[in-house]
Design a protein around this ligand. Structure first.
Ligand SMILES: [Zn+2]
Ligand SMILES: [Zn+2]
Length: 326
């Protein structure tokens, strides 16, 4: 599904009719200027066969195929930024979420969150986190707030919102998720993160990882207990040391801010991608060149799918202009 806010004629949340100039859906209140994964079940009414009738279990009355959930594959494109989120080949649901938006003349804000599979309602956790955080970041861009402060505020707000999803009687599986965000203006970029979703910078002929994983394995590597190679295969590799959720306590993101001096790309992704291309050189080797951000995002998702697609895959690609305006 591709949605472009300029061309939309129905609400992506509730399918109510909306006009291109509408900022909010009158029926459900959804902010139509923000591109984000939909919360719930299908809103596109048709099966691949063209049938529009489904039985109570969600199978097409005409051809019997299972109804495709809207979340299984989502693509968004805005000028200078594009994202693709895919269920992958092995998981039942896509529990990754992404949201991004632009403030004209100011810049772009992006959030990617990966629902923790061992927690309940993981997709609701990640969706709640991206929704809450992107609102804070876009408001910060609008008002000219410091990007690192806005990122910390976004994480605090998202953590609180995800924590409120928890049921007291199921505290041990409280909904939880990772977090990575970017606030990009003409000349600077701020990346913030909690957990093991990552950001990479690609500029010229080189690439660099901007984030360090909040995992027990990464911590053991930092302490010299494990080598990088051992960490990749260690069963603790993906056990998070920090996350968002009711059992996370107060959370402050790690963050990095850099000046954008040359054109390049900022890539935000869930571990469904980076498991297959962990090192910046690995990512660089498979990165589509000379194509728009959406083609880069699709190409990277394809790399993960072709390698097995063991997890949900989300990739958001932001074009860095290096002072040339955007
Ligand atoms: Zn609506
Ligand atoms: Zn059908």
């Amino acid at each position: 599904m591709t949605m472009d806010s300029g061309l939309r004629d129905s609400c992506p949340e509730c399918a109510a009719p909306v006009a291109p100039q509408d900022r909010f859906c009158e029926a459900c209140g959804r902010n139509l200027r923000v591109q984000r994964t939909p919360v719930g079940g299908p809103v596109t009414a048709r099966c691949a066969c063209g049938g529009a009738e489904f039985d109570g279990e969600g199978f097409c009355a005409r051809c019997g195929r299972a109804r495709v959930a809207v979340r299984d594959r989502v693509e968004f494109v805005l000028p200078g930024v594009a994202g693709v989120s895919d269920r992958g080949r092995r998981r039942q649901r896509n529990e990754d979420s992404m949201a991004f938006g632009r403030v004209r003349g100011r810049g772009v804000a992006v959030v990617v969150c990966d629902g923790v599979a061992s927690s309940e309602r993981a997709e609701q956790a990640s969706q709640t986190a991206v929704d809450t955080a992107v609102d804070v970041l876009l408001t910060g861009l609008q008002s000219g707030a410091d990007a690192e402060a806005a990122t910390a505020d976004a994480v605090t707000a998202a953590n609180g919102a995800v924590a409120r999803l928890a049921r007291p009687e199921a505290a041990e599986v409280a909904p939880s998720c990772t977090f990575v965000s970017a606030v990009v203006t003409d000349d600077s970029a701020t990346v913030g993160w909690v957990g093991d979703s990552r950001a990479y910078l690609v500029a010229g002929t080189g690439a660099a990882r901007l984030t360090t994983d909040d995992t027990w394995a990464a911590q053991l590597v930092a302490e010299g207990v494990l080598t990088e190679e051992e960490a990749l295969t260690d069963r603790r590799a993906h056990v998070l040391s920090r996350w968002l959720g009711a059992d996370a306590g107060a959370v402050e993101p790690q963050s990095v801010t850099f000046m954008v001096e040359t054109p390049g790309l900022l890539v935000l992704c869930s571990d469904g991608l980076w498991n297959y291309v962990p090192e910046p050189e690995d990512l660089l080797a498979v990165l589509p060149r000379g194509v728009p951000p959406v083609e880069v995002a699709r190409g990277l998702v394809d790399v993960a799918l072709e390698a097995g697609g063991h997890d949900n895959i989300t990739v958001v690609v932001i074009q860095l202009r290096g002072g040339n305006g955007s």
